[in-house]
Design a protein around this ligand. Sequence first.
Ligand SMILES: C[S@@+](CC[C@H](N)C(=O)[O-])C[C@H]1O[C@@H](n2cnc3c(N)ncnc32)[C@H](O)[C@@H]1O
Length: 374
Amino acid sequence: MITKEKILKGFETAESRWARFGPYYAMFPLEFAFDVVEKYSKKGDYIIDPFAGRCSSIYAGGVLGRNSLGIEINPVGWLYGTVKLQPADKNEVTDRLLEIYRRKNYYNRAIKRMPEFYRICYCDEVLKFLLSARANLNWKNNNVDATLMSILLIYLHAKLGEGLSNQMRMTKSMGMNYSVKWWKKNNMTSPPEINPCDFILKKIEWRYQKGKPKVTESAVVFGDSSSELINISQRALNNNIKFSLLFTSPPYWSITDYHADQWLRLWLLGGNENHKSLKDKYKGRFVNKEEYYNLLDNVFMHCSKIMKEKSVIYVRTDKREFTFNSTLEILKKHFPKHKISVIEKPLTEDTKTQTKLYGDKSMKPGEIDIILKK
Ligand SMILES: C[S@@+](CC[C@H](N)C(=O)[O-])C[C@H]1O[C@@H](n2cnc3c(N)ncnc32)[C@H](O)[C@@H]1O
C-alpha cells in the first residue's frame, strides 16, 4: 500500500511522480499537504478545497484513500489538478503529441507576425508547435488533450535547458517588455534550438515510467467557488454526503490574482497574446477590500453547510492584517461552535513558504495557519 513517506521520498512510485505535477505560484509544500490530510482525516472521509490551486490537498486526499473535491477558477491550476488525479493513457497522449507536431507547418506564416517577445522566447520550430497545440487541443473537454496540454504548460517556460523557452522563471511568467529587455541586456536574444516533439516525448516517458497514480474517487471543478458551491452543496445534501475536512488556502488580499503571473500559460490555453490585456480582468476581488471579504464570506458560508458537525477546518493564509483578520472573523462566523487555534510560522531564510518555492524572493511577511476543531 502506498504511504505518505513513499510519495514524499524521491520519484520511485507513480504517486510521487504525479504528486509534483505542475509548477504554480503560491502552492502548498507537498509535505505540508500530506501531513494535514493524514493528521486531520481518515480513509473514506470527504475532503474539500474551494481554492484548490494545483490541487496538492485534493491529490494528497485522493492517494491516501479520501474522497476529495476541489474547485479552482484558474485554468492552469485546474488543468494540473484534474490531470494529476486522472491522467489519460500514455499511448493516446503520445499519439496526440505526434499529430499536433505534424500540424505545426500550417503555422509557418503565423509565427512571423508574433510579437518580438515570442520570437526571442522560442525558436521557430517550438513556436509553430505551440501555435498548433493552442489551436487544436480541446483541453477543456477531452482528457487526452488536457493531459498533453498540461504537460506543455509545465515546460512552457523554465530555466534555459529545462523547458521549451529561452531563460525564464518556471512558476511565474515575467512581463513581455521586461523579458525582452532582460534578454537583450544579457545577450540572450537567440532562443535555444529545440525539437519540441523529442523534448516532450522524453518528459512523457519520465512522467509515466511508474504508471498512473491510484486515486480514490476525487475531482476538481473548473469555476468560481462562490457559484459552484451552490450546486455542489445541493448535490452533497441530496446524497447525504458531509465533508470531514475543509483544507484550503484562499487568495491573499492585494497580493496576486493568479492570472497575471500565469499570462504566458494562459496564452497557450487560447488567451490574448499580449499579457497587458489580462491586467484588470480578475483584479477587482483581490484589491477591493469589500469584494475580497464577500468572496471569502460567501465561500465559507456555503462550505459550512456541507461540513460534518465534528469537522476540521484548516486554512493557511497571509499574516498581513486585512487578510488574516477578515479570514478569522469569517471563519468564526460560519463555524461558531468550533474551537480555534492559530499557528504562526515565523519566516526565516530556510522556511519553505508556498510563495517562496521555486525561487520567488519577493517580499513576504509569511503565512499563518488557522485551525478550527470541535
Ligand atoms: C493560495 S492559492 C492556493 C494554492 C494551493 N493551495 C496549491 O497548493 O496550489 C489560491 C487559489 O485560489 C484560486 N481562486 C481565487 N478565487 C477563486 C474563486 N472565486 N473560486 C475558485 N478558486 C479561486 C486562485 O486561482 C488560486 O489558485
